[in-house]
Design a protein around this ligand. Sequence first.
Ligand code: HEM
Length: 106
Amino acid sequence: AEGDAANGEKVFKKCQACHMVGDDAKNRVGPPLNGVVGAPAGRVEDYKYSPNLLELAEGGLVWDDETLTAYLTKPKDVIPKGKMSFAGLKKESDIDDVIAYLQTFE
Ligand code: HEM
């Protein structure tokens, strides 16, 4: 779905405790999210992912609109033993918007 990247920037405040985007993005609690939309899961080389995420990445998990929407709605539904301690976003439009925002970072 088409999201509003400007609202997505506001929604991303909920992610910023753990994730960076942009030129100087580094690992925090979570990996940097530049280029994540459309990319295979677990691709940041120097980030220590959970074994469960890496297992699913081996199985072909790719972060497209559908998988990102499911993950951001309820992380444990996609990666049951993953380490993203985040309750999830309640509004579907916020999810579309944060994906649109992430899409602006290569
Ligand atoms: C992983 C997005 C909030 C901690 C991820 C991944 C995405 C993502 C796409 C997978 C990255 C990859 O495969 O390279 C988001 C978004 C958020 C959010 C859009 C806000 C809406 C948070 C928060 C925390 C967090 C608040 C910390 C409390 C993590 C961790 C991982 C992760 C630790 C690694 C998961 C694992 O290895 O199982 N996040 N996240 N995230 N995120 Fe988040």
